[in-house]
Design a protein. Structure first.
Length: 50
């Protein structure tokens, strides 16, 4: 999302840096990653938390 256009949402989720990845499962946050990841690491991060 555009954190400049959606500042209230960014504040609600505590997003302080870009990029920030937040993984939700069942409507609840289960993992958070700040900073870019190569595709292979991103896939591993997602698999680890699902």
């Amino acid at each position: 999302m555009d954190t400049e256009a959606e500042q209230a949402v960014a504040a609600r989720f505590g997003i302080r840096s870009i990029p920030t990845l937040v993984l939700f499962k069942g409507g609840r946050e289960v993992a958070r990653q700040s900073g870019a990841l190569p595709a292979s690491q991103l896939k591993g991060w997602i698999a680890q938390h699902l």
